[in-house]
Design a protein around this ligand. Sequence first.
Ligand SMILES: [Zn+2]
Length: 332
Amino acid sequence: MSSKAGVTERGAISLGRYVACDAFDEGRPLRIVTHAHSDHMLGLRQSLMRCESLVMTPATKDLIDVLMGPLFLMIGNVKSLDYGEPLGFKEETLELHYADHILGTAQVLVKDAEGTRILYTSDFRIRDTPVIEADVVVIEATYGNPTRVRKFDDNIEDVFVSLVEAGLKQGSVFVFSYHGKLQETMQILHEAGVRVPFVMPEKVFHVSKICERYGMRLGRFLLSTSEQGKAVLDDGGPCVAFYHIGSRKRVGEGAFCVCVSGWEFGSACRQIGEKEYVLALSDHSDFNGLLRYVEESKPKLVITDNFRAGDAQVLAQEIQKRLGIRSLSLPY
Ligand SMILES: [Zn+2]
């Protein structure tokens, strides 16, 4: 069983004989990109040049076109695969399944010649992620420590909306987060009836356009470099500006700022400066969610991803101890 899946030193999740997910792996002809976050697009150029095909959902392909430029994926053989659509490769079959994370995220299921079901969850939030039954499960371990449990019951969406509304009374509000999650925050505000202009730089704008094309409802949004966008920003609002977390030190100085982060467990919202807040909105499962996935998937073996940030070793120990399922973290 343990030879049927693994995680390499370079972060590739290997499933069955041919598939490598989320990093390049020499000798594996199929490269899967589970979603468009940078720690899941490792060695992408190498894969494009050397793999037989790259497989991803249509939404992930569109997002990569925006994030890396429209020519980037054209150097390789890219295949868009819808959720639930089987793809045969020699004696194995591959399927992508929905995961509640950013737009386009997929869990990957490989069925090998012996009928073994081998699954990689990718990043997921348990709330709306269907659990896939499998014999071997490779699971993310971001919040793999038992201390990583959200104890507060507050509805984060409501907390967020109230916070932004309070900020708007003083002028513009800046929201900082990652691609995908930024659009989730836009959708929350739009659905709550916040109708001030949403302003954003180019990449965030184009990612938002794609999210909209796939059915997210984000309201009306403006490029920060457009005439209208500049005018609202220069006037100091009221508007909500959405920026990637990497721009935190460059924009929004002195303005009302909300950093949206998963690494918050004590309270839904925390004030860290005069007009600066951290909001606990995560697109990952907490420890209990990870455990629940494993329990419902009923695997014989679990491998926790010890390459990406998280607590893979502790998670493997806890799964073994609490659920009695053989577990190990890889790479060692
Ligand atoms: Zn992710």
